[in-house]
Design a protein around this ligand. Structure first.
Ligand code: CA
Ligand code: CA
Length: 345
């Protein structure tokens, strides 16, 4: 079972958010709200006779293999649920959108969500890989925050960082804390409902009294243009101390990896790529990128192996220059632990 994240319509009381529209509009205003939002869900079946039950929130969420629509897929078949011009503010008319539920029987389903504003279109968007409800946990640590955009790091890609937190059950007590453990915000979410939090500092933690899923929307805006990126957060219990980052740089695209040390002591991270190997240190509860640690981006045609004696995690960022748009599109990815990726060095 999956819950679709990134709704256009869930509001936080103060400051007001009209769901993801408000985030897009914060990164690159003004975006015309009256043109609405676009939302696409792409699903791929891993075996024949896969039944995909689509359950809209607008008429209430059901449980188990039920919903408002059933699609049958064969192995490798792709299907899209897509809506255009979803109103802002949202209202309750039916669209394919965040807050809906998908139940799958017959196979594992690969599911990717993309959303954008109709005003700006797909040049200002990204895609999020969505984990099934069974893979959610109740504790997450966000490896990036808006403080990274300032000195000494100057990682401008994180000028804006928003966490979009969704609950899979009713009466889920959500707490947001900084890396030192100080409570920053709290709320209670029901099933399929969302809370948006602007992440000011790297290492901010999200916890629930029951499992949640957490998506990130990050952005920058300056004289060279604007850009937005999306990430799906991995629960902290899945973090490890050895990763393969399988995304190389290529012509006109630089790949970087942002690594967070959740420990109370500095850790040493060893790296190996096609250009060589070495190690660098990450201070306690801080984030540094591959370029800072190694002096270079991930080389072309090269993956990266990263390991440490302690737990850490990170996200991969690819910057693709698209000069015609005077903006950038990008691919993003979260680091997968070696144990779950099945890749051997
Ligand atoms: Ca819907
Ligand atoms: Ca329904």
């Amino acid at each position: 079972m999956l819950f679709l994240p990134l709704p256009t319509g869930d509001n936080r009381a103060s400051p007001p958010f009209n769901g993801t529209y408000s985030i897009f509009n914060a990164i690159e205003p003004p975006i015309t709200a009256s043109r609405g939002m676009h939302y696409v869900v792409g699903v791929t079946a891993s075996s024949d006779n896969t039944a995909v039950y689509y359950d809209h929130w607008e008429n209430g969420l059901g449980t188990g293999p039920s919903g408002d629509e059933v699609v049958y897929l064969s192995k490798g078949q792709v299907h899209y649920f897509e809506s255009a011009s979803i109103p802002v503010p949202r209202g309750t008319n039916t669209y394919y959108d965040g807050g809906d539920r998908i139940f799958v029987s017959g196979s594992l389903l690969q599911l990717v969500v993309s959303t954008w504003t109709e005003h700006q279109g797909t040049v200002f968007s990204d895609a999020w890989e969505i984990y099934p409800r069974q893979a959610w946990e109740a504790a997450y640590t966000i490896p990036v925050g808006q403080d990274l955009a300032s000195p000494p790091r100057n990682y401008r890609d994180f000028t804006y960082v928003y966490a979009v937190i969704m609950s899979g059950s009713d009466n889920n007590a959500i707490q947001i804390r900084n890396a030192a453990g100080t409570l920053l915000a709290s709320t209670t979410l029901n099933r399929g409902k969302t809370y948006i939090y602007q992440v000011l500092t790297a290492g901010t933690t999200v916890s629930g009294s029951a499992p949640v899923q957490v998506q990130l929307m990050t952005g920058r805006r300056d004289t060279s243009g604007w850009e937005m990126r999306g990430y799906t957060m991995m629960p902290q219990s899945f973090w490890g101390n050895s990763y393969w980052a399988p995304v190389p740089s290529w012509r006109n695209a630089n790949t970087d990896v942002f690594l967070y040390n959740p420990n109370s002591a500095a850790i040493t991270v060893s790296f190996e790529d096609l250009a060589g190997s070495g190690s660098f240190s990450i201070p306690p509860r801080q984030t540094i990128n591959y370029r800072t640690g190694t002096g270079r981006y991930v080389p072309q045609n090269s993956g990266v192996h990263l390991s440490s004696t302690s737990t850490f995690w990170g996200i991969i960022l690819v910057k693709v220059q698209k000069l015609h748009f005077h903006a950038e599109t990008q691919r993003t990815q979260s680091l997968m632990p070696r144990a779950s990726s099945g890749i051997s060095p």
